[in-house]
Design a protein around this ligand. Structure first.
Ligand SMILES: Cc1ncc(COP(=O)(O)O)c(C=O)c1O
Length: 375
């Protein structure tokens, strides 16, 4: 593979001694469940986000579900989520017994289209989950304004956006709570699964702390639903080391994105937008073309790894088949699912690798009249 889609080995290599030491420290203490590193990591990650509290859990999905539950959201309630997102955003709502209400996305940012939110609000609406998709913050000022007017909770889905800034503030500090995923390929990723809920609300943090640990505040007295969604101490130890490198890694991703932007300027593919309000952290680098499938196959033949985030929209997923949603319900989202392609993007990506990818995207365009005209 000349340009892999991601390269975790290259990312770990320079910090391997630190990671080994962190793992060894946990092995020495044997505090594997909710140990010292979980407590320290929660403090450090809350401070990093500019929030008061952080509660470590076992995944981004759990962080979303438990935060909805902590705000008392459940059967009979509706929660607004963008139509173009990973299944977990909507599934977390479904798991609580509430109903996810999908809202179309913006054609340039691919984030929730704030112009469509108010028409989706009903007397049953309790919350909005904006997703900072691909690493670009959603339009939070407008979303918070709508939430204030309609008395709604806002839970940021920041699973793809660790460290991204909106008007100078880090995501995670913008809504009433925020969910992060530490899936290995995320901007801050563990060596296994993990997640975090971040909030300024002491009561919400306390509830989630109890819920993640068998619903207990006192040992063996189970007051809340006895979930087990604890963050593993070994993952917390690894994530503490990696958190120290996150800003540098995000900067490197941004450099990679700048190289792509320049080299793909005349390729005929649509490249990601950045706006003045936000610092994008390029969890993935997504381009768009009517010829997505052919481009992906062509790049694969050149040894270039790509992915699609995501090929099937939520409303057409088999999991939601019983809702009988029709194709055509969210045209923008459906178009994106057919046209977007994520190119190689990771902190150690080199100029040569980006050049190699761009060269082949440009070569592909030459054979396609519609793209060629843009070259
Ligand atoms: C937007 C979004 N939300 C939620 C999740 C769920 O995170 P996890 O895989 O840790 O459960 C992800 C992870 O891929 C995600 O990308």
């Amino acid at each position: 593979m000349k340009a892999p889609f991601v390269d975790l080995k290259a990312q770990h290599l320079p910090i391997q001694d630190e990671l080994n030491q962190a793992i060894q420290n946990v092995m020495n203490r044997c505090d594997f469940a909710l140990g010292e590193d979980v407590v320290r990591f929660e403090e450090e990650f809350a401070a990093y986000c500019g929030a008061r509290y952080a509660v470590g859990v076992d995944s981004g999905l759990s962080a979303l579900e438990l935060s909805l539950r902590a705000f008392g959201i459940g059967p009979g309630d509706e929660v607004i989520v963008p139509a173009n997102t990973f299944i977990a955003t909507a599934a977390a709502v479904t798991f609580t017994g509430a109903e996810p209400v999908l809202v179309e996305v913006d054609p340039t940012s691919y984030n929730i289209d704030v112009a469509h939110i108010e028409t989706a609000i009903t007397p049953r609406t309790r919350a909005i989950i904006p997703v900072h998709l691909f690493g670009l913050p959603a339009e939070m000022d407008t979303i918070m304004k709508i939430a204030r007017v309609h008395d709604l909770i806002v839970i940021e889905d920041a699973c793809q956006a660790h460290g991204a800034l909106y008007k100078g503030r880090r995501v995670g500090s913008l809504g009433h709570a925020a969910a992060f995923s530490f899936y290995p390929t995320k901007n801050l990723g563990g060596c296994g699964d993990g997640g975090m809920l971040v909030t300024d609300d002491a009561q919400v943090a306390e509830q989630i702390r109890a819920m993640r640990n068998c619903g207990q505040r006192e040992k063996y007295r189970h007051e809340l639903t006895p979930f087990n969604h604890r963050l593993d101490t070994l993952q917390a130890a690894i994530l503490r080391v990696k958190l120290r490198y996150l800003d540098g890694w995000n900067e490197a991703r941004r450099q990679g994105a700048a190289w792509y932007k320049e080299l793909l300027a005349n390729s005929g593919v649509v490249t990601p937008v950045e706006d003045d309000n936000s610092v994008h952290v390029y969890h993935v680098y997504v381009v768009r073309t009517h010829h997505r499938d052919a481009l992906q196959a062509y790049l694969r033949d050149q040894g270039i790894g790509t992915a699609i985030h995501y090929p099937i929209p939520i409303h057409l997923q088999p999991y939601y088949a019983e809702n009988n949603f029709d194709r055509g319900l969210f045209p923008m989202t459906e178009e994106l699912c057919d046209e977007i392609l994520s190119l190689p993007m990771f902190p150690t990506i080199t100029h040569e690798q980006v050049q190699y990818v761009a060269e082949h995207v440009n070569k592909f365009a030459v054979g396609v009249p519609e793209m060629e005209s843009a070259v």
